[in-house]
Design a protein around this ligand. Structure first.
Ligand SMILES: [Fe+2]
Length: 394
């Protein structure tokens, strides 16, 4: 099978370390949580990732197949992550396959080359339409190993006897392409997706137990309040993090001017990096929790499209998204949804997916008002600048 690119890799580019350029929480102290989702078949490796303290879980899913392990949606390589994978290899066989199932999700794309280097015997499969910004460079220049990188669908699919693959896209985003590859692991009934579908936990995920600081930071009302740790405050912080991650700037939030921020900064007990020296530019309105409950009703996580995807990636691609969800309902034996963010595994099946498709087809789509207004402004500005197309992109 031909390789994805025959262009040799300049060593200097291979060594590009992009991560330190971004102020990504948790900086150099990334922890990995390992959970067995389906006994003996599917595992979740989770890390926290985000900007400053707006951190949400990101997941790599490990699937045991007859010929070895598959890693779906790469995570940044750390000694803890590699140790966890070595243990799974010892128990269940070698890592044979690594899948980058998105063309645009930087948080999944950037770790792929290093993960491939950690498992030099594994094949790396990527979706079509991979791109880099601002310069378009061949995959091998970005550190992808040319000799063992394959393109999904164009060059086949891995483990086609045990996995069923479904492509969403490509959609033209202007600056690049959106494409995602969903995969059903037939033996466990697990439908792996990346960003298109999520199910948001009503309560803080387990990964915050190792360090709840992001939750406690955002649970406060003012910058001069100390970071206190109670179950209620963790819950409040989680709900606010979800609103940040979903809407960037939800409606019941005022971002304070710098003089107001500085007036409450540097309070006793908060003059340390963990507290960001008391710099806290947020003021939540009294009804803020209604926004969370509208997005995540009480009870079990529900399968949905993340607002940030709906408004910035799919605003003109509703029909194609709904068609893709309907195509998933034709897959046999779906029992669980395993996305690359938020809750997993989430009970799923044709009935749930059809209900979601019905809802998306009939409710207002990618609105401009309320919690959506910041996302709408960003989308409008990108369209105006000609950076994204104004017409349906499917
Ligand atoms: Fe993602």
């Amino acid at each position: 099978m031909p390789a994805a690119s025959a262009v040799p890799t300049p060593p200097a580019l291979q060594r590009w370390a992009w991560w330190p350029l971004l102020p990504l929480y948790p900086y150099g102290r990334r922890r990995t949580l390992v959970r067995e989702l389906i006994p003996g078949q599917v595992w979740s490796l989770e890390q926290l990732q985000g900007l400053l303290y707006v951190a949400v879980p990101i997941r790599m899913t490990v699937v045991r197949l007859r010929r070895g392990l598959m890693l779906y949606a790469p995570l940044p390589v750390t000694p803890e992550l590699v140790a966890a994978l070595r243990q799974l290899e010892a128990d269940h066989g070698p890592v044979r396959t690594i899948v980058l199932p998105t063309a645009s999700g930087l948080e999944h794309k950037l770790p792929a080359p290093a993960l491939a280097r950690a498992f030099p015997e594994a094949e790396l499969w990527v979706t079509p339409g991979q791109w880099s910004f601002p310069l378009r460079m061949p995959l091998s220049w970005l550190g992808f190993p040319a000799a063992r990188t394959r393109v999904l669908f164009e060059q086949g699919v891995p483990h086609g006897d045990e996995l069923l693959w479904r492509a969403l896209g490509p959609f033209d985003l202007g600056i690049g392409t959106f494409m995602e590859a969903a995969c059903l692991h037939r033996a466990s009934g697990s439908l792996l997706v990346t960003d298109a579908l999520v199910a948001i936990d009503p309560h803080p995920p387990e990964i915050f137990n190792a360090d709840p600081t992001p939750l406690l930071f955002h649970a406060r009302e003012r910058g001069d309040q100390p970071l206190e740790d109670t179950p209620e405050l963790r819950q409040r912080g989680w709900r606010r993090l979800v609103l940040f991650a979903s809407y960037l700037r939800p409606a019941p939030l005022t971002v304070l001017d710098l003089p107001d921020v500085l007036r409450r900064a540097f309070a006793p007990g908060l003059r340390n990096p963990r507290s960001h020296f008391g710099l806290y530019p947020f003021q939540w309105h009294r009804n803020w929790e209604d926004a969370f409950l509208a997005l995540v009703p009480e009870g079990a996580p529900r399968v949905q499209v993340a607002p940030v995807l709906e408004r910035l990636v799919f605003p003109r691609a509703r029909d194609a998204l709904v068609a893709w969800i309907r195509s998933l309902t034709e897959l046999p034996e779906i029992r669980w949804l395993v996305p690359a963010h938020y809750a997993a595994p989430v009970p799923c099946g044709a009935e749930i997916l059809n209900e979601l498709a019905d809802e998306l087809s009939t409710r207002s789509w990618a609105p401009d008002e309320g919690n959506w207004s910041t996302l709408a402004r960003i989308d409008g500005a990108l369209v105006k600048l000609g950076l994204v197309p104004s017409q349906p992109s499917a």
